[in-house]
Ligand binder design. Sequence first.
Ligand code: 6R9
Length: 664
Amino acid sequence: MTATTAGESTPTQLTTYLPSAEFVKNAAIPSMDAYNALVKEAETDYEGYWGRLAKELLSWKVPFTQVLDESDAPFFKWFADGKLNASYNCLDRNVEKGLGDKTAIIFEADGGEVTKITYKALLDKVCRIANGLRAMGVKKGDRVVIYISMSIDGVAAMQACARIGATHSVVFGGFSAQSLRDRVEDTGAVAIITADHQVRGGKLLPLKSIVDEALILGGCDSIKNVLVVKRSGSEIAMTAGRDTWMDDVVKGQSTTCEPEWVEAEHPLFLLYTSGSTGKPKGVQHSTGGYLLHAALTTKWTFDLKADDVFWCTADIGWVTGHTYITYGPLALGGTEIVFEGVPTYPDAGRFWKMIQDHKCTVFYTAPTAIRSLIKAAEAKDSVHPKSYDLSSLRLLGSVGEPINPAAWEWYYKHVGGSKCPIVDTFWQTETGGHMITPMPGATPMIPGSCTLPFPGIQAAIVDETGKDVPNGQGGILVVKKPWPSMIRNIWGDPERFKKSYYPDDFKGKYYLAGDGAIRDEKTGYFTITGRIDDVLNVSGHRMGTMEIESALVSCTDLVAEAAVVGRPDDTTGEAVCAFVVLKRSLPMGDEAKAIAKQLRDHVGKEIGPIAKPKDIRFGENLPKTRSGKIMRRLLRSIAKGEAITQDTSTLENPAILDQLGQAY
Ligand code: 6R9
């Protein structure tokens, strides 16, 4: 790869990186001309373009005759009269192509044990789970909640649901009983698939007992069955008539299972994510359009080839794990790594050692992981990438939050050996797959920019009235045309769907991403400037400030009022900072520390450990305007430790600013 410095050197000037001739030689999209030709094809005949790709990448039981149906906008339908099955597309058809003996998944457990499974064996496993679910009466359209950690079983459970047309809803294993309960109730699921325990960083953590707790909290009467995968083998409570070991569910089941051929619009999954207001929303995805984009982006953005060993380090509890573990790589017949645990156990060299051991070629992770591994590597040579053989790598990816140029360059140099392109992929739970990203064999890369839209995606930046803003000027990120893998609805709340994503501000015509962005004057490249709503991004995990505030005030004995803002953090991107007014006198010193711990534990219990505030600041009141509005901009300055430059003359009680100066 050649590094060229573009234009004159100014302090903000960043280097442009070009893909190497060697990478370009075999790339799916080998030049900007090839990229531009696809963009042009989509512009000239939008439906023809997506229709062509849907036929080329997916196998249809019943071919579609219409590509896009806009008659009920913004409830768009894609390939609506076509029928297919996602599990057939990911498994059977690869076996039929002669890939039965090819490794589908290389699984490495927390303790380092490796299990490999071929396409044929994975298909057998999925069929047996699917038959077991059918035997329990689970059928097309039913919802199944999956609460499990990273495992072949987790991927197989998702595929088994897809096989019988049941809509899965995976709940991240770090969520609390309360969060799990809320999601179970909202989906009205008939079954939960879980495991006895999960293992993270050498520690055994409960899963099944949290399911029990969630079900006791009430509102989950729809659940008829709980299927339990054995991970630890330790003793756990089983409720007769409701709980069954997965081993017993699949015992005696056939390894063939006729797929349920579903309409392309049939909901493949629901995945809960945070918005700016209210409870987390159940993002509903389709089968046909979603799977098309999962496969297509894996093919073009990750340039996946038959002999690649692909590794996406995300958890299947997040959308990245859905699209780039469970569906995309398998739909293309790829070999992928799945790992259990954390990047820092047994030490911060885990990722590098796994890349070396499994000869990983394409590696996809989050900036927060990179930043924490940089810190560790700089402190200790043995966990520095240079202590490992990473020569198998040919492409790197980043997702979840903006990657700062310094982290980008370290990733490029120390992990990629200055020869691997980096795809900085911007997308969201709602978009199903990549929206703005370099094409690795074509797009000149600039650290910190996700560059240009994926071919066919009509991303743009507009002002509050929906008017395009010129390059060089920041604005609101929108998508002007519907695309196949877009969110179809918020489960059970179509009004909220319209309000959140197709607001009247843009006459209901543009998809509102919720992020701000700016395009470079010269290159037209996009840089994401962060959320424009009250959503925080901590270690690439989305959280609503409102959710955390509700969790804090639900500690009714202690908390009178709470406000939550984000502040920049070197490692996690953003950190949660809570401002709390207690029902008692202002605590100081050790007492304040103890209360802060109590509040953190409470948030951990209400939502999950990821939502625990890093800083808690106590005040006798919150800074408010005379009309009673919390001055959030001011809170953000305090959280950052900035000198206060805002006008505080409207502040009702300026004295509390001093109290809020101390973080616990
Ligand atoms: C896939 C995923 C979505 C939000 C999104 C944005 C941020 C994701 C990014 C990025 C800058 C990138 N985000 N990728 N910001 N550059 N490459 O992360 O989905 O969990 O729904 O989060 O994450 O703010 O709106 P999700």
